[in-house]
Write a protein that binds this ligand. Sequence first.
Ligand code: NAD
Length: 288
Amino acid sequence: MSTILDGKLISSQIKNELKNKCELLGQKYGITAKLAIILVGNDPASQIYVASKQKACEYVGIQSVTVKMDECSTQEQVINQVKLLAADKSVNGLMVQLPLPKTINESEVLNAIPPEKDVDGLTVNSGGLCFFGLKGFTPCTPKGIIEILTRYNVDFCKKHAVVIGRSNMVGKPIAQKLLQLNCTVTICHSKTQNLADFTKTADILVVAVGKKHLVTADMVKPGAIVVDVGINRENGVIYGDVDFNNVSKIASMITPVPGGIGPMTVAMLLSNTYEGCLNQNNLKDEFL
Ligand code: NAD
């Protein structure tokens, strides 16, 4: 049986660490970190995600403000709202909840976020820094994957990592991070032929597709470390991209869905916001 990589447990440890740091920041410097979220429209999943981010902020002592905008808002109106919050000195982290309504160009909106407040790490600027391995905000999900594996003492060096998915939010940045950690990386995607030929050679397999149980036990090398990013809702139940029940019998480590990468992603948003707050106040962790 595999070790279950418990994202709920690790994320709560991280949140408690951040809670202590935020308390010290307040006591020593009178500073409260602040996250601003722009939510456009009424997508039910987005509303749930934003509510969980607000709740997590409250727990650690990060102030949060959510600006709700009408489904019919124009791209210009959303960009103007981004610019307003970008100019607000009290805001340390700024994110736009995705997806945006189809009439709005996501990239135009995201790239209006200044790099120093881009806590979701989804601007071209942050992507470039991540690609070059320079200091900047890493998107929360890839950051959460590396964090949980590191806290379970995974040794990345010389491992063959296979990533399924090539999105800007997950697939591409996690592949970069694994490369920087000295993995040999293969990226698979919707046009990959004979997916199992690649997945069977993976020491570390990261699956970020959005297809329930795409990865079955016969596609996984015994002893592999399996990270399931997928969130697939069916009749009110959430499933991952990996057939957990069977893959967990042969993997050495595996993340569950729910309770794996999801809570880690939220914890990393808090961590990035805290980091943004320190940077914007010319402070470092060791000053606390
Ligand atoms: P996306 O739709 O942008 O990308 C999906 C990727 O999967 C694409 O690159 C595509 O090439 C690839 N793909 C599609 N069908 C495939 C197939 N049959 N074989 C191989 N590759 C295939 O999605 P995303 O934003 O990267 O998210 C992926 C999944 O992860 C979704 O289920 C999403 O809900 C979930 N997600 C979870 C978290 C979290 O916090 N747990 C965060 C972000 C995304």
